[in-house]
Design a protein around this ligand. Structure first.
Ligand SMILES: [Zn+2]
Length: 467
């Protein structure tokens, strides 16, 4: 048995790990897209480091694009095996890949206009909507908590990772030459006190572990509850300034957390009487999917569901689907809250809302998640006087803020709790993936002190034998 690492190796995107078992059978763990890696991004996404055509199965941990975004390209490049996922992951991946394909096609159309004018050869999108649809035909769903036989000598178990709806830690029980060993891949690990989701679950003893390490050496700020921070911003911008509050939010996870927080404020009769818009067709679709899986919610939400059948809907909430309605928001003078994707404000309708509202000091822009250093979201937070959006310079007069207590990733304490079900002395090798290198080196030291004896931070395309 051997393993090689082809993404999320000393970085946080492009999750892809290839396990080779007896008979040269190849199992790919995740097929994520590299994102926000500057001018290396395209090259990284075009160099697999292995031949997709000889991969037998793909096991997907969750739907986020940095874990699923290259699936249509994998299929286009020759993969024709089964893709395993939990039912919610399959559903979410379907809408996210369709959206991703549309972005690829639109981007290339935009670039090709310029290339055609300059007489340069035209580019092809990395994949199309048709490629994404073809990939969805290969999915087979596997429920949580039941060992599932993939083929002789290879069994799969999904346990809830508490990161987004459908997210799972992947456990593979591999039998070779009469010996059975377990390889566990954490996927992304959620928090033990998530606003909406259940906590990550315990799992059987593993021989080898691939562990995410995004926040492997830090602790989240839990002192400022997100509910109160949100309310403070709404009060300041919409009630006192009579302005608009723009909230960029990831369509899966963060948007639902914000809606839940606002719903909660309404239940407590603290929510100001305003119009609250969710302006993102993708967020509308993903919120509908999230509502279909109440079994993944934590006990608090289960209890709320007994009296409130929709914990993501409240008075004043309006969903905006078409572009015309979205544009009408520009002409509104009344105060309101606009929640829109993408979370880093790099793409999507939120970019238009920011360009229309950033110059007015009555308005506010509230970031709610991690922003790549070059993204619009990050540039707004750097305290500059001006920002360029769609090639046009805008003076920044709106108030810019960020809520730091919202994260879908566990911190050091959460990751430690995730590992607490394991006897460290029985884990033969532990690999840290999905993290920045310095954080990983620090986390590695901490794990060695906890008794894990062999901890590796693999670099891109690193390969090693197991057992
Ligand atoms: Zn994720």
């Amino acid at each position: 048995m051997k393993i090689s690492f082809h993404g999320a190796a000393r970085c946080v995107t492009g999750s892809k790990h290839l396990l080779t078992v007896k008979g040269n059978r190849k199992i790919l763990l995740d097929c994520g897209m590299f994102q926000g890696m500057g001018n290396q991004t395209v090259a990284l996404n075009n160099n697999w480091g292995f031949d997709p055509a000889i991969v037998n199965f793909l096991v997907l941990s969750h739907a986020h694009i940095d874990h699923s975004g290259l699936i249509p390209k994998l299929v286009k490049d020759g993969f024709n095996g089964k893709i395993f996922a939990t039912p919610a992951t399959k559903e979410l991946t379907g809408v996210l890949l369709e959206d991703s394909a549309k972005i690829q096609e639109d981007d290339v159309k935009y670039v090709n206009k310029r290339r055609a004018a300059q007489g340069q050869p035209l580019l092809q999108p990395m994949y199309t909507k048709a490629d994404a649809e073809r990939a969805m035909d290969l999915f087979e769903t596997v429920e949580y908590d039941n060992w599932f036989k993939i083929e002789d000598g290879v069994e799969l178990l999904y346990t809830d990772a508490g990161h987004i709806i459908g997210s799972a830690a992947v456990h593979l029980r591999i039998t070779e030459n009469g010996k059975t060993e377990q390889v566990t891949f954490s996927g992304d690990v959620g928090r033990y006190r998530d606003m909406i989701l259940r906590s990550p679950k315990e799992f059987p003893q593993a021989d080898y572990i691939l562990l995410e390490s995004t926040y492997g050496n830090s602790l989240h700020d839990l002192h400022k509850p997100a509910f109160n921070e949100l309310l403070d911003w709404i009060t300041k911008i919409c009630i006192q300034n009579r302005g608009k509050l723009i909230i960029p939010a990831f369509s899966v996870g963060r948007t639902q957390e914000i809606l839940f927080a606002l719903n909660q404020l309404e239940l407590e009769r603290r929510l100001p009487d305003l119009d609250y818009f969710v302006d993102s067709p993708l967020s509308i679709e993903t919120t509908e999917i999230v509502k279909k899986y109440p079994g993944s919610f934590n006990k608090t939400i289960q209890k709320i569901l007994q009296t409130d059948n929709d914990p993501f809907a409240f008075r004043g909430l309006k969903y905006i689907k078409n572009v015309e309605e979205s544009k009408m928001l520009n002409f509104r003078n009344e105060p309101c809250v606009i929640i829109s994707a993408s979370g880093m404000a790099e793409a999507g309708r939120v970019k238009h809302h920011i360009s229309n509202n950033v110059e007015n000091s009555r308005n506010g822009i509230l970031m709610t998640g991690y922003c790549e250093p070059n993204s619009l979201g990050a540039r707004l937070q750097q305290g500059r006087k001006e920002v360029s959006i769609f090639g046009v310079n805008h003076e920044i007069h709106a108030q810019i803020g960020a809520i730091r207590s919202m994260s879908a990733h566990g911190d050091y304490e959460d990751l430690s709790q995730f590992l607490a079900c394991q006897d460290a002395s029985k884990v033969k090798m532990l690999f840290l993936v999905h993290g920045e290198y310095e954080v990983q080196e620090d986390f590695k030291e901490r794990l060695l002190r906890k008794g894990f004896k062999d901890v590796t931070v693999p670099e891109l395309h690193f390969e090693t034998g197991l057992s």
